[in-house]
Design a protein around this ligand. Sequence first.
Ligand code: UDP
Ligand code: MG
Length: 139
Amino acid sequence: MATNRTFTMIKPDAVQNGHIGNILAMITNGGFKIVSLKLTQLTVADAQEFYAVHAARPFYGELVEFMSRGPIVAAILEKDNAVEDFRTLIGATNPAEAAEGTIRKAYATSIGENAVHGSDSDENAAIEGAFHFAGREQF
Ligand code: UDP
Ligand code: MG
């Protein structure tokens, strides 16, 4: 069953660089409703679990270190076709390839420190949302 929700994180680089407000504005201006929202920080173990699918990749250690090094904003977002439309709004993983007008084009500094996460499927959106938010925190 297709859902109309996706999950995002504003990553430690973008939080540290003061972009929370501007990124949330791009998200809401893009037609997404905020269903859940919090400022939090991943432990090393949290980051390892969240990105377990990438455990065999050469960048995994660096990714875990980066994602746990400072606070993040976690959010569940709602919109028709949320997963695909949010991937369009954030742009390519590598900011050098991200389209004009995307969040990563505006705020990512490298392929690793790329400002935001966006779920890649409805199934992962549900898993990732539940990783961060209890049912009573989803509105
Ligand atoms: N990443 C990296 N180097 C790479 C590819 C990815 O450091 O060559 C990091 C980057 O932060 C990326 C995350 O690992 O956002 C997850 O990678 P994925 O391929 O799932 O990209 P995304 O779905 O975030 O665009
Ligand atoms: Mg991904």
